[in-house]
Write a protein that binds this ligand. Structure first.
Ligand SMILES: Cc1cc2nc3c(=O)[nH]c(=O)nc-3n(C[C@H](O)[C@H](O)[C@H](O)COP(=O)(O)OP(=O)(O)OC[C@H]3O[C@@H](n4cnc5c(N)ncnc54)[C@H](O)[C@@H]3O)c2cc1C
Length: 381
């Protein structure tokens, strides 16, 4: 078993950290974490390669395997203090760009991927409906074929990037009686008549990633924009979740690493009762637990990526990693607040923001309960 990184992987990792810290992070800090990300920031993400990490060079991506892709998303989470932007980039790449790459026609890929990788376009994916959340394949949006087009009708909710997206991967059913096997995926351009995006929701965290309702009203989508065959949409979605549960959550591993650095620094300098608080075992053990959670979640995530890169593993491994990372980031974000005391609870220090962002990770991409269901199903239960 070899845990070392290649020189190329190290170079790319350092490059993402350095470029993000030098160019992107100062812009983000000036903009403020409660405002939506800006197109110029998105363009910079594209310039750094972050919006097409796992996309072949032919389409403007970096052509990386899952493990290296995750390592660079981790670097992004270390260097970019705006988890909303990291989350938006992850949702774009793993749940919109990758399904188009893996299931789109050659012409569709030529049309969409270069713009999605460069940052000219923003991508989103829309499967959730008011009545279909965890039970996602009970969705009701309809797709009816009429000649060379499909007519889409339905209402999607909680769509990350929805209010600003240029292309949205939409899931609808061609035949509700067929359940999972009726679901079909489409890459729908925002400019298509009948695509209506509503104002974003106010959220607990990830404030810079706008999230909202997307309505499809008699929306005619060319049949050439279908991803995979009719009835393959459930599989397209499941594959995209294997990407997202590893790749996007690598960003939260980066966040935990940044958080740990800040907490160690604070515990090493803050004095109470004439001693540095890090010298109190109650504090240092809390930090040791943060380190333990970070490293165990990180190992599960790397292992999941490595297995999938080898053509082994699958849904269970991606869910194990997602569950470990998301739950660890909530618990460690709470620990960070406690170690900072009153300052941790005040918004100025930016510590409490970690907790608000981390909670989203335990719901989006399937709740923690759903990840446990996937793991149990993988064990034959
Ligand atoms: C920040 C964020 C970003 C998101 N981005 C997107 C996006 O880009 N595109 C998109 O389509 N959707 C997106 N979603 C939606 C997300 O996927 C759903 O919110 C999630 O799947 C849960 O569905 P729900 O909200 O309807 O909750 P529900 O399904 O109603 O679940 C409520 C509670 O019941 C539990 N529960 C439900 N069924 C079971 C069961 N069988 N066994 C045990 N417990 C159960 C759940 O675990 C949860 O605790 C996003 C959500 C968030 C919070």
């Amino acid at each position: 078993m070899d845990f070392s990184w290649s020189v190329d992987q190290e170079t790319l990792y350092r490059r993402v950290i350095d470029e993000t810290r030098a160019t992107l992070q100062p812009r983000v800090a000036r903009r403020g974490y409660d405002r939506w990300f800006e197109r110029e920031e998105w363009r910079l993400c594209g310039e750094f390669g972050l919006l097409g990490l796992s996309v072949p060079g032919h389409y403007g991506g970096l052509g990386l395997d899952r493990l290296t892709t995750a390592r660079l998303m981790e670097a992004f989470g270390v260097a970019c203090e705006d988890m909303g932007l990291v989350f938006a980039a992850g949702a774009h790449l793993f749940a919109c760009v990758m399904p188009i790459l893996e299931y789109g026609s050659d012409a569709l890929k030529e049309r969409m991927l270069p713009k999605l990788c460069s940052g000219a376009w923003i991508g989103a994916n829309a499967i959730t409906e008011a009545g279909a959340g965890s039970d996602v394949f009970s969705l009701e949006a309809r797709a009816v074929r009429e000649g060379e087009t499909y007519v889409l009708d339905g209402t999607k909710t909680f769509v990350t990037n929805g209010p600003v997206a240029d292309v949205i991967v939409v899931y609808a059913t061609v035949n509700p009686a067929h359940g999972f096997l009726g679901i079909t995926a489409f890459a729908v351009e925002r400019e298509t008549a009948g695509v209506i995006t509503e104002l974003p929701f106010d959220k607990m965290g990830l404030a810079s990633a706008p999230s909202g309702v997307v309505r499809l009203e008699a929306c005619r989508v060319p049949a050439t924009h279908r991803l995979g065959a009719e009835g393959q949409g459930g599989m397209v979605f499941n594959q995209s979740m294997q990407w997202e549960r590893l790749g996007l959550f690598a960003g939260f591993v980066g966040m935990m690493e940044r958080q740990l650095d800040v907490v160690v620094g604070h515990a090493a300098q803050r004095r109470q009762f004439r001693k540095r608080i890090g010298k109190y075992q109650a504090v240092s053990h809390r930090i040791a637990d943060m380190k333990l959670r970070l490293e165990s979640a990180r190992l599960l995530l790397y292992r999941g990526c490595w297995l999938l890169d080898q053509g082994q593993g699958g849904a269970l491994d991606a869910s194990l990693a997602k569950l470990a990372v998301s739950e660890a980031s909530v618990r460690s974000s709470l620990d960070a607040i406690k170690i900072f005391g009153g300052a941790g609870y005040m918004t100025a220090a930016g510590i409490e923001r970690g907790l608000r962002d981390a909670v989203a990770g335990t719901i989006a991409s399937g709740t923690s309960e759903m990840q446990r269901d996937v793991i149990a199903a993988g064990l034959g239960l």
